[in-house]
Write a protein that binds this ligand. Sequence first.
Ligand SMILES: *Cc1c(COP(=O)(O)O)cnc(C)c1O
Length: 363
Amino acid sequence: MTTPRLVMDLGRIGAAYRAMRAAMPDVAVHYAMKCNPHPRVVGHLAGLGCGFEIASAAELEQLLGIGVPADEILYSNPVKPEAHIEKAHAAGVLRYAFDSADELAKLERAAPGASVYVRLAVPDLHSEVPSEGKFGVDLGTAAQLLLAARDRGLDPHGVTFHVGSQMLHPRAWAQPLDMVGELMDKLAAEDVRLSLVDLGGGFPVRYCTDPPPLEEYAAVINAGLAALRHPVHAVVEPGRALVAEAGTLVSTVIGVADRMGKRWVHLDVGAFNGFMESLETGNQLRFPVGDEHGGAPRRRMQLTGPTCDSQDTILFDAELSRDLATGDRVHFGSAGAYTTVYASSFNGFEPPIVDIQEDGEQQ
Ligand SMILES: *Cc1c(COP(=O)(O)O)cnc(C)c1O
């Protein structure tokens, strides 16, 4: 078997989608396709009736190509190239995020009359993969921007926020939803009635420890929505939560070296051709890892990549079989999100092949 190889189980994606629908029956699900845009993954979710969240014209074209209706697509990237807005508008995409007057000017030109939703900045509660405060504005600015949208002939449609990826605190949605309530009250005084509340992504998956159950997130969100002054169309934009656990990345040991008391295991996959999130999180995202020797005596080792770059290590102090040797397989769980799509062929080491399996198939 050629490695590195990402094996995706469509059955688990379906199960994750149904679990989210069941936990929040009144909330529409729009998959943030950036985290794994493989055609079979996207097609499977489309077939289940899932909506989508996009950031670019290329993502849009992929969806249109498989017949996803344009009005089930949210364009949530707050800053878009104007040519991409034009394409989306021509295709019939109705809803666009923004967080600046500059973006409103582009939307007015390229998507006249569009429905727009403002991105709120929310308190940083330390998600595992933080977003560095890149997007979002405060409440007062959000209100002003929505009024400015109305003045430009756009529909001041709603509000969105994103708590940060792999958010392990269910209460992270509570304060943003209070802010949404305040924003709705402020705008009601100006005769603007917001109808869309987009709760973003950030729902966690299991890496080496179990996250809080989805029901705890749903309880906070359902309560927050119920406290708003009038019912809204609520959506979530999960990426990781729908696809990560469905993916297993299979790699091969290409060499083992003992250096200054540490064992280094070099794999055919590293940060640059699959595990960029190891680099992004300072190796704090602990992928569950296993090998063929199973129960053998264990020892700690550094799992690193195949390139000459010292930054491509996946895990420090991972516990694997003591006798792990060149040619053995090492597999990583929860590898279905933000892996292949971030991968480059730096130093000549190719990204993983993707192997799609229906529910229950054996590798
Ligand atoms: C990346 C992103 C998401 C998905 O985030 P996950 O943490 O993978 O759930 C959702 N919404 C927006 C706007 C994003 O940028």
